[in-house]
Unconditional design. Structure first.
Length: 275
């Protein structure tokens, strides 16, 4: 977020690692965890919604094909925007608060919940849902590629429940799914961050998505749409490796125990093997 929205004329950070070092130096290690409350409140519900919707949509489509995997993932991505957009708005505002200050002199927001409440009081529901359209445009195809890549990777690697290397294979498949997902729609994530950060400090720059795209490109060229990509991919692999592997192993365990007979076939697990 810091890299995506920084002023090109007066950049604070030269790149991912310089940003990392600067935050620790200027704001202490706690600066790296600004805005953590918002993901902690929302990610549990988002992941439950995503995997639940994807699994049920895939079953409703009736046939496990690559196209249906993509469609089911896209449906899940679209629906979770309702939670994702306000969560990321609060996260963005919290992460930008007190940039460069070792100890905050003035706090606009005490925490993520306070941030959302104050935005609502000032701007209403429209303010809470700032960036909703850009979030929808980003998340819908992104989650389609997310589940499609995982399905293709696990089939290609031959992930079998009895395979002694099944966990590393699942971790690798999940990590690659996260990377492909982010690469597929990353430019829109830059636009989304800029729109959600717009107005911080009382200055509004953009009138909408197209205006943001036009002004960003005019001022900074095409490279603006890759700002922060390195840090995003460094995060994406371990996060999504852990997410997919955990869900898959849990479902394998529950199916082995016959505790979830209604989950046949498994929501996100590819079907060519005993998984």
């Amino acid at each position: 977020v810091r890299l995506q929205v920084q002023n090109v004329e007066k950049p604070l950070y030269r790149g991912t690692f310089h940003c990392f070092q600067s935050i620790i130096k200027q704001e202490s290690a706690f600066g790296l965890y600004k805005g953590i409350g918002s993901p902690m409140m929302g990610l549990t519900f988002i992941n439950a919604l995503v995997f639940g919707v994807q699994g049920n949509t895939l079953r409703a489509l009736g046939k496990d094909t690559p196209l249906n995997q993509f469609l089911a993932g896209s449906a899940a991505g679209a629906i979770q925007c309702v939670i994702c957009c306000p969560m990321e708005l609060a996260k963005t505002r919290m992460q930008l608060q007190g940039t460069g200050e070792y100890k905050l002199k003035t706090k606009n927001y005490k925490n993520s919940l306070d941030c959302l409440i104050k935005i609502y009081q000032k701007e209403g529901l429209r303010g809470i849902n700032r960036g909703m359209v850009s979030t929808f445009i980003r998340e819908t195809p992104s989650f389609g590629f997310y589940f499609l890549t995982y399905d293709c990777m696990t089939r290609y690697l031959g992930c079998e429940a009895e395979d002694s290397y099944v966990i590393p294979k699942l971790l690798f498949s999940g990590g690659m799914s996260g990377i492909v997902s982010w690469l597929s729609t990353y430019p829109m994530d830059v636009i989304k961050s800029r729109l959600q950060a717009d107005g911080v400090g009382g200055v509004t720059q953009y009138n909408g998505i197209l205006d943001c795209v036009r002004k960003s490109y005019h001022e900074e060229g095409w490279r603006v749409f890759t700002r922060g990509l390195t840090s995003t991919l460094l995060r994406a692999f371990p996060v999504n490796a852990a997410t997919f592997a955990t869900v898959t192993v849990f479902l394998m365990y529950m199916k082995a125990e016959d505790n979830l007979p209604e989950c046949e076939p498994g929501p996100v697990i590819p079907q060519p093997s005993s998984l």
